[in-house]
Design a protein around this ligand. Sequence first.
Ligand code: PSU
Ligand code: MN
Length: 303
Amino acid sequence: MTLYTLSPEVAAAKSAGTAIVALESTIITHGMPYPQNIEVAREVEAKVRENGATPATIAVLNGRLHIGLTDAQLEDLATAKDVMKVSRADLPVCMATGRMGATTVAATMIAAHLAGISVFATGGIGGVHKGAELNFDVSADLLELAATPVTVVAAGAKAILDIPKTLEVLETHGVPVIAFGQDSFPAFWSAQSDLAAPLRLDSAKHIAASHVMRQDMGLPGGQLIANPIPENAEIPAQELAPIIAQATAEAAAQGISGKAVTPFLLGRIFELTGGKSLQANIALVLNNATLAAKIATNIAAQP
Ligand code: PSU
Ligand code: MN
């Protein structure tokens, strides 16, 4: 038996050799509340289509890995209870035991690569958490970027993370971190940060060409494309700093650890901003879906 099921739409795109963009599902189940999660998931898929590519939202439904979900499957996932947050370590366990699972950036990259999909759009990646020198909390997303040849479009990293340490780990592992159209590394809710991005490219065409160059050279690992949030959707960093500090302190006080840390922080920031963080999050995910679709169409156009 094959390892996964393609949605009819994704199967058609694969036979035609047209562009496909992978989308993750942890953002749906653990990153946003219902019903905004399902609305955003549908809008992101629509944005990919508008820009000439086919969306492939990835999740595990009753133990089956799905590459592309029908609307009914998307709804099942968004409303299911007890959905596992599935990273590299969890994916085979979730599949072998028939559970529902939402894939993180790491697991979505693995699934996309299995299905021959080169480009993936998300909001923010996991990274090195604040206090990592004591708690050792480093997301498996960073090691996946080093291992699996998928180009990931994100809006940089959230300030819940230690962004300088996140960039250092990516550098150590040889992951190209490429800011789109600017010199600084974007900081999720803010387009600019005071950190220089290691690399910069100004067109989807060049990003596609460097993806293809890595394949031709046989280099393992992907590219991280850091796409700044649209300026009209930004939230000033000084407005979020005290909220992030509070959420981080609460996580420590309540002994939250392991894979629960990121969902806990995202949920508290949503509550403490009265939903404002979610509006920005939606805008940047749509913006990333647009760029990812353009990169994917450029890759698909290569001979
Ligand atoms: N950061 C965000 N939004 C998210 C996540 C991270 O701004 O939804 C999710 C992604 O699925 C990411 C995962 O892959 O959290 C990382 O979790 P961890 O830090 O436990 O590796
Ligand atoms: Mn972690």
